[in-house]
Design a protein around this ligand. Structure first.
Ligand SMILES: Cc1cc2nc3c(=O)[nH]c(=O)nc-3n(C[C@H](O)[C@H](O)[C@H](O)COP(=O)(O)O)c2cc1C
Length: 171
């Protein structure tokens, strides 16, 4: 793949909240999970587990707001869990989930991060052990929409070269 193609995947990705109700083939799901497995982790600890939820009754137990009811139509919900004893676990899991988001986009699927959930209820529903924290989830599936890009801050607003202050006397 050319570098422009990879960049286009990253630049054009949108959070998808409408999905076709069809399953994700096993090899496609595995390719997405593999992108997470190979992500960098602090000291290469790989302090994580990922629970893949496809059963409708279980998916419903991961929805805690009507805003997130679209999760039911996604082919899979991937629940990212980090070992709470490892300092960088939350960052590591977030990197892995974002790798999966990019891989899904490259494979023609859509995805959406899910940060709104009751951790204890997710853990109970999925039997996640005590020492793991649920960091976030991603919904993944075949997109039934291509959302317009939301407003994003410009590089000028967020990038600072060498020092934070751009001009003396002006923040
Ligand atoms: C940590 C995190 C948690 C999020 N949680 C939710 C969520 O619970 N429900 C939802 O619909 N979108 C959620 N999103 C998606 C954001 O709303 C979305 O990324 C943002 O509006 C920018 O849109 P874009 O992804 O299309 O660039 C979450 C994103 C992140 C990074």
């Amino acid at each position: 793949m050319k570098s422009e193609e990879l960049l286009k995947i990253i630049y054009d990705r949108r959070s998808v909240r409408r999905y076709e109700r069809r399953p994700i083939p096993k090899d496609v799901l595995n390719a997405i999970l593999e992108a997470g497995r190979l992500a960098p982790t602090a000291r290469n600890k790989q302090p994580w587990h990922f629970v893949v939820v496809t059963k409708p009754e279980l998916k419903r137990r991961l929805i805690f707001s009507s805003w997130n009811s679209f999760m039911e139509d996604a082919g899979a919900i991937i629940v990212g869990c980090g070992d709470s004893r490892e300092k960088w676990a939350v960052v590591d899991v977030a990197i892995a989930l974002e790798n999966m988001v990019i891989a899904a986009e490259a494979l023609g699927l859509g995805s959406c991060w899910i940060g709104y959930f009751e951790e204890s209820e997710v853990k109970r529903a999925l039997g996640i052990p005590d020492h793991l924290r649920v960091v976030a989830m991603i919904a993944v599936g075949y997109p039934a929409e291509k959302p317009e890009p939301p407003p994003k801050k410009s590089l000028d607003e967020i990038v600072h070269y060498e020092t934070f202050r751009r001009e003396e006397g002006k923040l």
